[in-house]
Design a protein around this ligand. Sequence first.
Ligand code: F0G
Length: 456
Amino acid sequence: MKTAIEPFKIKTVEHIHITTREEREKALAEAYYNPFALRSDKITIDLLTDSGTTAMSSKQWGALMDGDESYAGSVSYYKFEDAVKKITGFKHIIPTHQGRAAEKVLFSVVAQGGKTIPNNTHFDTTRGNLEFIGANAVDLPTEIGTRPEVIAPFKGNMDLEKLEETIKKYGKENIPLAMITITNNSGGGQPVSMENIRGAKKILSKYGIPLYLDCCRFAENAYFIKTREEGYADKSILEICQEMFSYADGATMSAKKDGMSNTGGFIATNSDDIAERCRTNLIVMEGFITYGGLARRDLEALAIGFEEVVDENYLKYRVAQSKGLADEITAAGVPIVLPAGAHAIYIDAKSFAPHIEPKNFPGQSIACEIYRVGGIRTTEIGSLMFGKEDKDGNHIAPPMELVRLAIPRRVYTKSHMEYIAEAIIEVYNNRNNLRPMKITWQAPYLRHFTCRCAYL
Ligand code: F0G
């Protein structure tokens, strides 16, 4: 059979809100044209994030009842630890309440004192956590990774020549570790090849620098390796994951993604020294070492989530669902980052609205209009999220202006996807009416979450 079906059926349903255009116009104005500030009861389809928005399975819901809520030594922790060790093989598994907490605790141990951390592309909280402690976050995407229209299998790769240049520039003693984000979320959700991970490890080993994976979407990355990289077609997803992690010395994870759960994360490491120092900081920052800020029942759900996510039938459906949406909108001419990733479709806002300069946030304008037309919440990943100003007040734009349609796991059906496509195509057909925007208020860090916007 060619049709990739949802490998699950529906037992419980959740009401979604259908609003009028007038209600949406009012809600958008009240949110100062920032979709992050919209109330979720004014949203019909929420594509803001795939993080923590997963529909858990009946097994996971059942397992919540087995949560052993002991403060220390909870049996639920050991189930979680076993599940993560099976996939990653790392020696120490330290739970945290979400991914950015893992980053914060790890960086508090390794990156203090103006250290440099290279990454294929730092996610915004990863960069934020580093910059917050005065460290230097360096992005090393490949050249094709920043060209939305180019079709290539592994556009999430790290530029390995630039990695070596970066090590020479800053000095190996100032680089406590390098990271690779799989899949490369801020770089368009594109996967990283096994060859690239292996190559990065080889270079880093020469300089004695450990490699850590930011592995939120490791299973999706493994599926792309299986289907796109030579030599992996006959390997299981679990085997591919194990190989990916075998090249790394540790990882941080937001388990709100491929942990198939609504909360959770971890730090993993093979270093006894880093583990010990992370655990000490964890107790102050998150909680005791066997719960890390989570309810123990959440560790139960995660232990099962890690088993469910390496199911090839699930990953096949997941990738087919995203590709289906991508195919439908690209057939109507909508420019997106090609090829489609798994967790999200990224609209290329520069090509979509070329009449709006990056400094006037074309992506934000598109995101607002998609909400107006369909009650669909998306998020800008471009000048609003990553743009900066130089000392003369000139706008410094990031390489790409994107609008992300993140697809929650196991949540939306095929007709929801058709509805999304219809709304986006309508916005595209009326793209000449999209208006430039400006920021009227912003916070000093991570401004996109809370900034207020207006039309020029
Ligand atoms: N790293 C990556 C690659 C991420 O995508 C995220 C979160 C994090 C770290 C931080 O994890 O949210 O659990 O603290 N990404 C979400 C997103 C928020 O919408 O892409 P967190």
